[in-house]
Design a binder for this molecule. Structure first.
Ligand code: SAH
Length: 248
């Protein structure tokens, strides 16, 4: 069984629509869809937002559905200036940007206490497969799948795929000051969101191969996207379902 977690309802709906033999189960206030995608058994669930929601949901999929892989999709804020709305980031490593026990028993900023780790890596095999799925989607489907006018409105002319460090914390980052602080503290940081590093920690503890794929929805600065839900519905959810179809 492959676990698929989506952080946006619109993405979840489009993924569930691709499944066959679907059944539903309500577990811990979450609706889990169990079915088949490309003849593989999958369980698909809305993760909720934030690290706790992502951690409880990943743990539930592992313990209850014995998943052997975990794929997480959602949107994220771009941190490096060259990232644009509509670009796709594959998370190769993850840090909790709000983890700070610095000064306590020699622990460094960002270090996860007792695990003695600051960054946790995703599965290398899944990184390669995700890159193939994204490249295949971008070179074939994106033109026919997404309304050209919607893409033009947001200046999404040629989405680019990046792989690298993602930071997660229980905070929606939308200020120039916080953005600069993160850029300075984590110079390699590509994108920021609220769940990936929590999924990474659970996956690490359970020794579970996982991957996180994020569509850039904003630039984590003072001008947030004018119409966030329209972007998710008309663009991001198409991207993720097209990518997931290929990855699974
Ligand atoms: N503003 C949106 C809600 C986005 S909520 C709305 O009104 O509908 C947060 C989700 O977006 C989380 O899944 C988080 O991981 C992701 N996200 C996107 N951009 C982010 C940013 N700049 N900072 C933190 N999380 C972000």
């Amino acid at each position: 069984m492959i676990g698929i977690m989506a952080a946006m309802h619109e993405e979840l709906n489009r993924i569930v629509a691709m499944l066959s033999d679907v059944t539903e189960e309500k577990v811990a206030r979450k609706l889990v869809y169990i079915g088949k995608l490309n003849n593989k058994k999958v369980s698909v669930v809305f993760s909720g937002w934030g690290k706790v929601a992502a951690a409880t949901t990943s743990t539930m999929l592992i313990e209850r559905y014995a998943i052997t892989r975990l794929v997480f999709t959602g949107v994220a804020g771009g941190i490096q200036p060259h990232l644009n709305i509509g670009d796709i980031v594959i998370g190769t490593s993850f840090v909790q940007h709000d983890m700070d026990c610095a000064g306590v028993l020699g622990i460094k900023r960002f270090e996860i206490p007792l695990l003695s780790l600051t960054e946790i890596s995703s599965s290398e095999i899944l990184q390669i497969k995700a890159e193939q799925a994204v490249n295949d989607y971008l070179s074939t489907d994106v033109v026919s799948d997404v309304d050209k006018e919607e893409l033009n409105n947001l200046n999404i002319t040629n989405p680019v795929i990046y792989s690298g460090l993602i930071a997660s914390g229980d905070q929606f980052i939308s200020s120039e000051d916080k953005l600069k602080e993160l850029q300075q503290a984590l110079p390699d940081l590509l994108a920021v969101e609220m769940e990936g590093a929590a999924v990474a920690q659970v996956a690490y503890e359970y020794d579970l191969p996982f991957i996180v794929i994020r569509i850039i929805s904003d630039k984590a600065n003072d001008d947030s996207l004018i119409d966030f839900s329209r972007f998710i519905e008309e663009i991001a959810s198409h991207f993720t379902s097209g990518i997931i179809k290929r990855l699974i």
